[in-house]
Design a protein around this ligand. Structure first.
Ligand SMILES: [Zn+2]
Length: 491
C-alpha cells in the first residue's frame, strides 16, 4: 500500500524515536497472527497502554452505571462525569447545552495559539444508549458486572466502550506532554440513538465553531474476530441513509360479519408481503467495490470465486445471490433494503378497520433517492387503496470520506500494526452514525469500532446481555491511542 510508505516519511523524529526505543524481539515481530492478546503488536507511538486500559476499564464501568437510556437520555450526568475526569487532568472541558438535562461535552488539546480547524482531529462518541428489556438480561444492565472475562452492560460496546477508549487516547496524549501538530478535540455527543432535540444535527447548528475539524474518528467500523484470529479490520467511510416510510391502506369500515373484498387490513398485508420479499437491484459504490475486492482473498476458495464474479456480466447475478445469502450485512451493502417493522390496525375483533398502517425501515445506498424508490414500490404494490408517506427526520445522504486522505492512511497503518498485519478494508455501514452529519460539513470522518468482536458478541449490540470482552477493550484502547498519537504527530 503506497499510503504506508508515505506515512513513514511523515512520522516526525519524536514519534520515530519512540517507535524505535522499545526494541522488539524478532520473535515478537514475527509472531503468527493468532489469538488476540498473545500477539505482540508493533510498538506504538503511544507507548505501553496496559495501565491506561485498566484505568479506562474503571471509567467504562462508571459510564455504564450512569443510565443514559434514550429517551430521555439524561446525557448531562455523563457529561459532568467526564468533565470532572478531564479537569483533573488539567484540561478545560466545556458542556454544550442542547436541552434540559441534555448536554454534549467538548475538550481540546491545542497545537498552536491560532490552530487550523481543517487539520484538527475530532474524537467522537455518543453518551446515550438504547433501552433494555431487563427481564431478558442475566445481569443488571446498568451494573457493569464482570463475568468470565467480559464486562456486561448496556452501552459496553455501543458506544460507551468507544467513549472510554477515546477518553483514554485523549488523556494519554495530554499526559505524554508531546507536542501535537494539530488540534485534537474530544467530543461526547447526545441523542445519537433517537436523533431528536439533542442530536449532532442540533449540536452542529448551535456550536459548530467549538469543534470544527477536518477529520473525525467515530464508531461504525469493526474488528472481526473469528476462530481466535483477527480476520480483518473494517474502516467505515460511508453509510446508508435511513428513511422511515409509512404504508397506509384505506377501505370502508364495517361489521365483521359481512366482509367485503376492500378490507384495508388485507390490502395492507398484501402490500407488506410484496415489499418485504422484494429485492432491490445491486448498485456498487466505490467503497463497496473495494471492500469486496479485498474481502475475496480472505474467504475460502468457493466463496472467493463468487466474490470475484460479483460484477461480471455472465455470472454476476448468481454471484450476487450467493453473497447476499451468505451474509445479510453484505446484502445490505449491495442494495437498498426494506424491513417492515411495525403494524397497526383495528379496534375490536368484530370491526373491520377503515385504515391499516405498517412502518417500513428503508435503508438507501447513498446516491439513491426515496422518491425514485417510492415510484418503484408503487408499481410493485399496484394497489390504489395503498399509499406511502415518508416520515420526517429521514437521514441525509453524505458524500463518502476519501480513501486517499492522510488520516485514512494513518488508520490503515495503525490497524495493520496493532493487529499483526491484518487486512484493513474500507466499509460502508448499513447502520447510521453521527458521521453522516460530519461528512456533510466537509469532515473526513471514519468509523472504527476498535474492539475485536466475534459475530456472537456483535449481535448483542442493541440486544440482551450486551458485553465487551475485557481483552478486546484493552486492545481497542491501544489501537485508538496508537491512531491518535500517530496522527497528532504528523505534519
Ligand atoms: Zn452507537
Amino acid at each position: 500500500m503506497n499510503g504506508n510508505r508515505r506515512m513513514y516519511i511523515l512520522v516526525p523524529a519524536v514519534a520515530l524515536l519512540m517507535f524505535l526505543l522499545p526494541v522488539a524481539s524478532p520473535a515478537a515481530v514475527q509472531a503468527p497472527s493468532t489469538a488476540m492478546p498473545s500477539v505482540q503488536p508493533t510498538p506504538s507511538p503511544a507507548g505501553n497502554t496496559a495501565a491506561l486500559a485498566k484505568e479506562a476499564e474503571g471509567w467504562l464501568a462508571d459510564l455504564i452505571r450512569i443510565d443514559t437510556t434514550n429517551p430521555p437520555g439524561n446525557e448531562e450526568a455523563t457529561a459532568k462525569y467526564i468533565a470532572a475526569l478531564l479537569t483533573k487532568e488539567g484540561l478545560t472541558p466545556e458542556l454544550l447545552e442542547l436541552a434540559a438535562g441534555r448536554s454534549a461535552l467538548v475538550a481540546r488539546l491545542r497545537s498552536a495559539a491560532m490552530p487550523d480547524p481543517s487539520r484538527a482531529l475530532l474524537l467522537v462518541a455518543h453518551m446515550d444508549v438504547v433501552g433494555v428489556d431487563k427481564s431478558k438480561w442475566t445481569v443488571d444492565p446498568f451494573s457493569a458486572t464482570i463475568k468470565d472475562g467480559y464486562m456486561y452492560g448496556r452501552g459496553s460496546v455501543d458506544d460507551k466502550g468507544m467513549l472510554a477508549a477515546n477518553l483514554a487516547a485523549f488523556i494519554a496524549l495530554k499526559r505524554s506532554n508531546l507536542r501535537v501538530n494539530r488540534d485534537i478535540i474530544f467530543l461526547a455527543t447526545a441523542d445519537e440513538e433517537q436523533g431528536g432535540e439533542a442530536s449532532i444535527r442540533m449540536l452542529i447548528a448551535k456550536y459548530w465553531d467549538k469543534f470544527a475539524a477536518g477529520f473525525a474518528l467515530n464508531e461504525g467500523g469493526r474488528v472481526i474476530l473469528k476462530n481466535g484470529k483477527i480476520e480483518y479490520v473494517a474502516v467505515q467511510a460511508s453509510e446508508k441513509v435511513p428513511v422511515d416510510v409509512a404504508v397506509i391502506a384505506r377501505g370502508p369500515s364495517g361489521h365483521a360479519s359481512v366482509p367485503t373484498k376492500d378490507n384495508a387490513l388485507v390490502h395492507l398485508a398484501a402490500a407488506v408481503e410484496k415489499i418485504g420479499s422484494y429485492t432491490a437491484p445491486v448498485r456498487f459504490t466505490t467503497i463497496v467495490r473495494r471492500f469486496f475486492e479485498q474481502l475475496a482473498p480472505l474467504e475460502d476458495d468457493e466463496l472467493a470465486k463468487w466474490i470475484r464474479s460479483i460484477d461480471t456480466p455472465d455470472r454476476g447475478e448468481h454471484a450476487q445471490r450467493v453473497i447476499s445469502d451468505t451474509n445479510p450485512l453484505w446484502n445490505s451493502m449491495l442494495r437498498d433494503t426494506f424491513a417492515p417493522t411495525m403494524l397497526s390496525a383495528g379496534v375490536r375483533a368484530n370491526v373491520i378497520p377503515s385504515e391499516a398502517r405498517a412502518m417500513i425501515d428503508v435503508r438507501l445506498l447513498p446516491g439513491d433517492t426515496i422518491d425514485v424508490l417510492l415510484g418503484e414500490l408503487t408499481k410493485l404494490v399496484n394497489d390504489p387503496s395503498v399509499r406511502f408517506e415518508v416520515q420526517p427526520d429521514a437521514g441525509l445522504a453524505a458524500p463518502p470520506s476519501s480513501l486517499e486522505s492522510d488520516f485514512y492512511a494513518t488508520i490503515t497503518k495503525a490497524a495493520s500494526e496493532e493487529f499483526s498485519g491484518a487486512p484493513v478494508l474500507p466499509f460502508l455501514s448499513a447502520g447510521a452514525t453521527d458521521s453522516a452529519q460530519l461528512r456533510l460539513h466537509n469532515v473526513q470522518a471514519y468509523g472504527v469500532s476498535p474492539f475485536p468482536l466475534t459475530d456472537e458478541d456483535s449481535r448483542r449490540v442493541h440486544a440482551d446481555d450486551e458485553r465487551i470482552p475485557l481483552a478486546s477493550f484493552e486492545k481497542g484502547v491501544d489501537f485508538l491511542a496508537r491512531i491518535v498519537a500517530e496522527f497528532a504527530a504528523t505534519r
